[in-house]
Design a protein around this ligand. Structure first.
Ligand code: F6P
Length: 536
């Protein structure tokens, strides 16, 4: 396939970018009173407003042509047919099937019966735990569930459990431990009773260093409690889970065709189902399913994940944006940026295409962010007066019309408007004069108050942070990532860089313990300092 940056569609976009280069968003709004209507879209629980992006309807039309030229339709056909689109690992990427109610095939086999059987098992286990009928080995009911997992085996259910805290059963504590730093395990279990605590060891491979270390810590903390009453495993490697001591009856299988960062809809969601109940978990799946159907059927020009992907690519590859800030205006969504970091950066932080060529343009953005309004008092200054282009996704669950909620929503809208609008020298001068400064003082200070504005943002509104809306939101970002991966031509479903890092960590540990081994000069120096500090 001709490389992306050499396509006529890419060149057309580059030429179009040059015609837009000097346009300020304020001018684009002034030129088109219908801009909001033209560049916003409702989809199920979500409303997406792209009108504050530095583009026009023509830009979107050109981007859609790029998607067509890169055979996005063919990619989606191969994905939904269960083909091995994760070509470097020879695997399908069929997370869509996890929330499906219709058959999907992998290797000629319908996966739906297995998906439904796992869903039934999640219901059975979460019901038993929530109702108190699952007993610890001393006969006490379980009152705390602790998930031990990392990356995709942690971030999704952790984020969603916090996001849906309003739906959680207050009688059941659900916590998460990911870090190999023993402090996280210690802090998490400090106030828990081993007799009433159940651990879910979540690991697709069941070989991940951090998770196994925490599982061993859990075993030690439980003492001689029966593992059959205090451990459940979710894994694709049931043999390893059993070898660890978790009986087969407590192991939930995870399919090979589910990538870790796309797995919160699978049995990896068990801790979430324990927190909010299986009916609410099914609502989450229904929300994702609604987004899937939209994604697979809507024309690109009205297709929310496709448009989000195209807008992101425009910002990265044509406007030169390095990062994407995700700012959810909801305390309960404060883990959303961390979740999306793995989804976007582990998926598309790639430099080689599936044709084994260099990509030739920038790929995944550096994704970062924190909950608003807190972030306003930390990093928004850079949006206003920094030197970088910083696209932002404002995610705003609107909620009820009470004064406190109104203040939160007003802050979100004010920020997205203000980073776009900016403040001119004249406005700054007038502000200072109105505040009683002399004309000389106003002239000196005014440049420091000027905000260029023109920061691009997308606002994603949802009526309420329900399980259904969260499911749609997360599926939206999943599909956005897949579309961008398809256009860049990279494999969004492997993570060889992370595997390299994992291997390095595995290699350094025994060498550190033995004091032998060859390292680069910096690592040798650091190890020498560490050993000197540790001398009694
Ligand atoms: O962080 C790298 C990674 O390979 C992720 O892709 C995965 O979600 C995580 O490790 C955990 O892997 P596992 O579920 O196999 O323990």
């Amino acid at each position: 396939m001709i490389s992306l940056t050499h396509t006529p569609q890419w060149r057309a976009l580059a030429a179009h970018r040059d015609t837009l280069a000097t346009a300020h968003l304020n001018e684009l709004f002034a030129a088109d009173p219908q801009r909001f209507a033209r560049l916003s879209l409702c989809c199920g629980d979500l409303l997406a407003d792209f009108s504050k992006q530095r583009l026009t309807a023509e830009t979107l039309a050109l981007l859609v042509q790029l998607a067509e030229a890169r055979d996005l339709a063919g990619f989606l056909r191969r994905m939904t047919a269960g083909e091995a689109i994760n070509a470097t690992e020879n695997r399908a990427a069929l997370h869509i099937a996890l929330r499906a109610e219709r058959p999907y095939q992998v290797g000629g086999e319908d996966v739906l019966p297995g998906v439904l059987a796992t869903r039934a098992r999640i219901r059975e286990l979460s019901d038993a735990i929530r109702s108190g009928s699952w007993r610890g080995s001393g006969g006490e009911p379980i009152t705390a569930v602790v998930n031990l997992g990392i990356g995709g085996s942690d971030l999704g259910p952790r984020m969603a459990t916090q996001a849906l805290g309003a739906y959680a059963d207050p009688k059941l504590t659900v916590r998460f431990v990911a870090n190999i730093d023993p402090a996280e395990f210690a802090d998490t279990v400090r106030d828990l009773d081993p007799a009433r605590t159940l651990f879910i060891v979540s690991s697709k491979t069941f070989t991940t260093q951090e998770t196994l270390a925490n599982a061993r810590a859990a075993k030690a903390w439980l003492g001689d409690a029966d593992p059959a009453r205090h451990f459940i495993a979710v894994s694709n490697n049931i043999a390893a889970a059993q070898a660890f001591g978790i009986p087969a009856g407590n192991c939930l299988a995870m399919a090979e065709w589910v990538g870790g960062r796309f797995s919160m809809w699978s049995a990896i969601g068990l801790p979430l189902a324990c927190a909010i109940g299986m009916d609410a978990f099914e609502e989450l799946l229904a929300g994702a399913r609604e987004m899937d159907e939209h994604f697979l059927t809507a024309p690109y020009a009205e297709n929310l994940p496709v448009l989000m992907a195209l807008v992101g690519l425009w910002n990265i590859d044509f406007l030169g944006a390095e990062s994407l800030a995700v700012i959810p205006y909801a305390h309960r969504l404060s883990l959303l940026p961390a979740y999306l970091q793995q989804l976007e950066m582990e998926s598309n932080g790639k430099r080689v295409t599936l044709d084994d060529e260099a990509v030739g343009c920038a790929t995944a953005p550096i994704l970062w962010g924190m909950a608003g309004s807190v972030g306003q008092h930390a990093f928004h200054q850079l949006f206003y007066q920094g030197t970088r282009l910083t696209p932002i996704d404002f995610v705003v669950p609107v909620g009820d019309a009470n004064p406190e909620q109104e203040a939160l929503v007003a802050n979100a809208l004010a920020q997205s408007a203000a980073v776009m609008k900016g403040k001119t020298l004249e406005e700054a001068t007038n502000q200072l004069l109105a505040a009683g400064k002399t004309p000389a003082e106003a002239a000196r200070l005014a440049p420091h108050l000027v905000c260029p504005g023109n920061q691009p943002s997308t606002t994603l509104l949802t009526q309420k942070l329900t399980p259904h809306a969260l499911g749609s939101l997360i599926a939206l970002y999943e599909h956005k990532v897949a579309v961008q991966g398809c256009l860049w031509g990279v494999n969004s479903f492997d993570q060889w860089g992370v595997e390299h890092g994992k291997q390095m960590a595995r290699e350094i540990l025994p060498k550190m313990l033995s004091g032998e081994g060859q390292f680069d000069a910096s690592t040798t120096g650091l190890l020498t300092a560490i050993r000197a500090w540790r001398k009694p």
